[in-house]
Write a protein that binds this ligand. Structure first.
Ligand code: URA
Length: 456
C-alpha cells in the first residue's frame, strides 16, 4: 500500500502532484491510501522513488471536474478521481461518456460542490460589530456542506473589498482586513454575533443577487447565528488564497445554478413588463423601463416614474424630467448618449380624487426592483452611475446615504461600478425660496459636470 498525503481537505494542487508521482510509479488506485494531514510529502519528490515531477496530460474537462470534486466532503473523492484518471490515461473510459457511472457520480459530486459555493455566496450574512476604537468589523457564520471556504474566499474579497470582515465556519475561518486575507482555525457558532443594525442593507444585497421568486431568502435568513462575537481566533497569513481563486469555477456556478437572465436590453425590458414581484404593477398603467444606448458610459438612476412617466412609459419626461434635461444641457451632456432609468420601475401613488399623489417606494419595493436594475447595469456596463436622490443611492449601493452628506461623493454600486450621488431633480421643484432653488440648481449642474469629467 502507498500512502498519499495531502495538506488540506481541498488541496487540489497536492492531489495533482501526488497523482503525478503515483502514475509514474504505476500505482493501482486500490493500492493507494489517501490521507489529509499537516504535512504533505510529494511522492514524486521522495528520494527513494527518485521520480521527477512531470505534468500529466489530462483529457479536456477532467481538471475542471477534479477541482470541484476535490472540495466534496466524501472521503472517497481522492481515490475515485485517481481511479478515473488512471482509466482515462489507459483509454478505458472517456470524459464524454454520459453512461459511465463513475463519471456520473463525480459530476453529481461536482454539482453539489458548486451548489454549496453558491449557497455560501447567497446566504452568508455578515453582522456588524464595533471594535474598541470604533472600527467596524463584519462577521458571518456559515456551515458549508463541503470544503468550499477557501475556494470562495476570493469572491468575498472582490465583493466586499472595502470592508473588514471575517467568515467563521466549523472548518476554518477567514479574515479580510481590506488588504490581505488571513486564515485561522475553525470557529464555533457561538463566536459569531447575532444582531446588528444593517438588516435592511443586507436585504438589499440579497435582493440584488437573487431572483427572489426562485430562492427562499427570508427562510434562510432565519438560520442565522445566535450569540455575540467576542474574540478573533489566532490567525496565520495565507496569501495564496487569493491566487488560487478559481474564476472559471465562478462562471460555471453562475451558469449552472443561477437562472439565466435576459442578455439584451430589449429582452430584459420585455421580461420586466411581466414583473409581478411586488404589488406596484397593479395600479400602475405600465412599467417604465430604462432608456438609452447599451453603449452608454454614463447611467442616471432616478427614484421611480411619476404620473407622466407612468402614462407615457418613458423615464424622466414630466416636470422633474424637464429640470433634469435642462441641467444636462447646461452641463454639456447629451441625454441620448446616456442611459436613464429608475430604481423602481412602476409608479407608486395614492389616489386623491382625480389626482394621483406620488408615494415613496419602500425598501421592499426597491429591493424587488433591484434585480432589473442590476441587469441593466450589467448589460450597459457604464463607467459611472449618477444616483439621483436617496432612493437611487440606496438601491445602487445597498446603503442608506443621506444626500446632505454624500452629495458629490463617489461610492461603489453593489456591482462595483462607481456611483456619484447627487440630488433628485424634483428637489428643485419643492424648494420654496427662489434663491435657494437657483443655488441648488447650479450645484446640480456642477455635479453633472463632475460626472461628465469622470467619463471624459
Ligand atoms: N422621478 C424619477 O425619479 N424618475 C422619473 O422617471 C420621473 C420622476
Amino acid at each position: 500500500m502507498i500512502t498519499a498525503r495531502l495538506s488540506a481537505e481541498d488541496d487540489f494542487d497536492g492531489w495533482r502532484n501526488q497523482c503525478r508521482g503515483l502514475m509514474r510509479l504505476g500505482a493501482r488506485p486500490a493500492d493507494v491510501i489517501w490521507q489529509v494531514g499537516e504535512q504533505r510529502t510529494d511522492l514524486f519528490a521522495s528520494p527513494e522513488s527518485n521520480i521527477e515531477a512531470a505534468p500529466i496530460g489530462v483529457p479536456k474537462g477532467f481538471a475542471e471536474l477534479a477541482r470541484s470534486v476535490i472540495c466534496h466532503s466524501d472521503p472517497e473523492r481522492f481515490g475515485l478521481l485517481y481511479g478515473l484518471l488512471v482509466d482515462l490515461k489507459a483509454r478505458r473510459r472517456h470524459m464524454g461518456d454520459e453512461a459511465d457511472p463513475l463519471l456520473r457520480k463525480l459530476e453529481i459530486m461536482a454539482k453539489h460542490v458548486r451548489r454549496d459555493i453558491h449557497k455560501m455566496r447567497a446566504f452568508l450574512r455578515f453582522r456588524r460589530v464595533e471594535e474598541d476604537g470604533g472600527e467596524e468589523h463584519f462577521i458571518a457564520w456559515f456551515e458549508p456542506e463541503h470544503h468550499i471556504v477557501r475556494t470562495n474566499a476570493a469572491f468575498f474579497v472582490r465583493r466586499f473589498a472595502g470592508m473588514k470582515w471575517s467568515i467563521l465556519t466549523p472548518q476554518l475561518s477567514i479574515h479580510w482586513d481590506r488588504q490581505k486575507l488571513l486564515e485561522a482555525s475553525a470557529a464555533l457558532k457561538e463566536d459569531a454575533p447575532t444582531e446588528d443594525d444593517i438588516e435592511e442593507q443586507w436585504k438589499t444585497y440579497y435582493g440584488s443577487i437573487f431572483n427572489p421568486a426562485r430562492l427562499k431568502v427570508k427562510a434562510m435568513l432565519k438560520e442565522m447565528p445566535k450569540k455575540y462575537w467576542h474574540n478573533m481566533p489566532e490567525t496565520a497569513l495565507v496569501t495564496e488564497l487569493i491566487q488560487s481563486a478559481r474564476n472559471r469555477e465562478v462562471a460555471m456556478i453562475e451558469k449552472d445554478i443561477v437562472p439565466s437572465a435576459p442578455d439584451t436590453l430589449p429582452t430584459l425590458h420585455a421580461e420586466a413588463n411581466r414583473c409581478r414581484r411586488c404589488p406596484l404593477h397593479g395600479p400602475a398603467t405600465q412599467l417604465v423601463f430604462g432608456e438609452g444606448p447599451s453603449s452608454a458610459r454614463l447611467m442616471f438612476v432616478g427614484e421611480q416614474p411619476g404620473d407622466q412617466e407612468d402614462r407615457s412609459g418613458r423615464p424622466f419626461v414630466g416636470p422633474a424630467g424637464q429640470i433634469f434635461d435642462a441641467a444636462l444641457t447646461q452641463a454639456g451632456l447629451d441625454r441620448t448618449q446616456s442611459y436613464v432609468t429608475n430604481a423602481v420601475k412602476h409608479f407608486k401613488f395614492r389616489p386623491e380624487g382625480k389626482r394621483r399623489i406620488h408615494e415613496r417606494p419602500n425598501v421592499g419595493e426597491i429591493n424587488h426592483c433591484r434585480w432589473w436594475l442590476k441587469r441593466e447595469i450589467e448589460l450597459v456596463k457604464p463607467d459611472l452611475i449618477v444616483a439621483l436622490g436617496a432612493t437611487a443611492a440606496r438601491s445602487l449601493t445597498g446603503r442608506a446615504l443621506p444626500i446632505t452628506v454624500s452629495r458629490g461623493q463617489i461610492f461603489e454600486s453593489l456591482e462595483g461600478v462607481p456611483v456619484l450621488v447627487t440630488i433628485h431633480p424634483s428637489y428643485l421643484l419643492r424648494l420654496p425660496d427662489p434663491e435657494a432653488t437657483e443655488r441648488e440648481r447650479v450645484r446640480f449642474v456642477e455635479d453633472l459636470k463632475s460626472a461628465q469629467s469622470h467619463v471624459a
